[in-house]
Design a protein around this ligand. Sequence first.
Ligand SMILES: [Zn+2]
Length: 189
Amino acid sequence: MTSNVAAMTTSASVPAEPEDAIGGEHSITDRLVEANGKYAAAFADPGMDARPVQRVAVVACMDARLDLHAALGLRLGDCHTIRNAGGVVTDDVIRSLTISQRALGTRSVALIHHTGCGLESLTEEFRHDLEMEVGQRPAWAVEAFRDVDQDVRQSMQRVRTSPFLVHTDDVRGFVFDVTTGLLREIDPA
Ligand SMILES: [Zn+2]
């Protein structure tokens, strides 16, 4: 399917940003590169293996308020971190988990969703709106949800029933409270 080039340009629904915030010589990306220079100057090669020390893969939402390593007491080299919008177990997350387990030795999976997730305010209508705007419907599901507990259960189920994974006995799911920093475990039943 060909796309309408005119319709692919910026949309009125995308919030406008001040020019200096997204480009120019003091853009955020420039600041990231500058920070990396300082990081590398103090960096000593830890001589680590690619296999995670704690043999765990953490699947979590990309939410900016969720500092996974700090929240879970994880250190560099401890885990695989797989993040996307919602911490949804998509085919691509299964791809990463399969490689994590079969090539890099992880055995446990922790799923972390959170309170106040952006996906709670979306519906599958989002795909329809995109199609109306750009002329093609995305192949992916939005994976919006109303009940975060149920969404965590569905994610655990997707991991446990994947034919590609070899370790599905230690799969646990949690909701992280962005106001208290506490995890609440979700009963899979
Ligand atoms: Zn989220």
